[in-house]
Design a protein around this ligand. Structure first.
Ligand SMILES: [Zn+2]
Length: 266
């Protein structure tokens, strides 16, 4: 059976993008290689962690304050590897993240300050990963909070009006890139930056119990996603276009001109 690839690597790139996640390390298990690629190509990225991962230990005697400090330091080191311009921590409670108005206001403040073209976050509709695992409640809450902050709150002048009064003008985020989705619609070729994702992940020393298993697992995930577009490594997203721009070309990825290309390095 000859294999055909109906899709090609997603080509649109935001000038400014913000990644919103629940925990330190989520962004690095998530879209780190895409972030690294976009940054290499000229984008500016900003990372927001809603919690500091203060419940991320196996020992109930662990000090959550100390753990939060360790995990923030790990995430800052990982963010340096990827190349983010900075990291913000919202200091919400790990394991108890709620998509409430307080979190939405925090995220609107972040969005109106950094003013991204695209926000990358967890697909909040992912309750189960296919049939292989449950998506952490904090991940779903962070994803839904980010979606709700993007639309309509960040662009609505009358949402949290004290923000505008303090100089944080409304801002239109044009696209959402949802990762860990069961409904991917775009694949970014990350063959050139997968090693950076691995280096970023290694910075999360407190979370990696079996370092020897990390690399093969991540490479296998990337290989599986890469099959969709015939490259050795990809990251998949469900892309939601909120504001399209005709001059930037097609909204959706178009089929390649040559069909029947074999999978392999691009
Ligand atoms: Zn997490």
């Amino acid at each position: 059976m000859s294999e055909t690839h109906a899709r090609r690597s997603h080509a649109w790139r935001p000038e400014r993008f913000m990644v919103v996640v629940a925990h330190p390390d989520d962004a690095d298990f998530g879209p780190a290689a895409t972030a690294a690629r976009w940054i290499d190509e000229g984008s500016t990225g900003w990372l927001v962690c809603c919690t500091s991962g203060d419940a991320g230990a196996d020992d109930w005697r662990a000090d959550p304050i100390e753990l939060a400090a360790v995990r923030e330091a790990e995430q800052r080191a990982a963010a340096d590897v990827v190349g983010y311009a900075g990291v913000g921590f919202l200091h919400q409670p790990d394991g108890a993240l709620a998509n409430d108005l307080a979190l939405r206001e925090q995220l609107v403040r972040e969005i109106r300050t950094f003013r991204p073209d695209a926000v990358l976050t967890v697909d909040p509709e992912t309750l189960f990963y296919g049939d292989g695992g449950v998506n952490h409640a904090d991940h779903r809450a962070a994803g839904m909070a980010a979606v709700d902050a993007v639309y309509p709150a960040a662009r609505n002048a009358m949402a949290f009006p004290w923000l505008a009064r303090d100089g944080l003008e409304p801002h239109v985020v044009r696209r959402l890139y949802l990762f860990w989705s069961n409904h991917p619609s775009a694949w970014v070729d990350v063959s050139g930056t997968l090693d950076r994702k691995l280096d970023a992940l290694r910075a999360h020393g407190s979370q990696i119990r079996h370092p020897e298993r990390l690399e093969p697992r991540i490479r296998e995930w990337a290989r599986e996603e890469g099959e969709a577009i015939g490259v050795v490594a990809a990251e998949a997203f469900r892309v939601i276009v909120i504001e399209d721009d005709e001059e930037e070309g097609p909204t959706h990825d178009t089929p390649p001109e040559t069909e029947g290309a074999a999978p392999g390095p691009a």
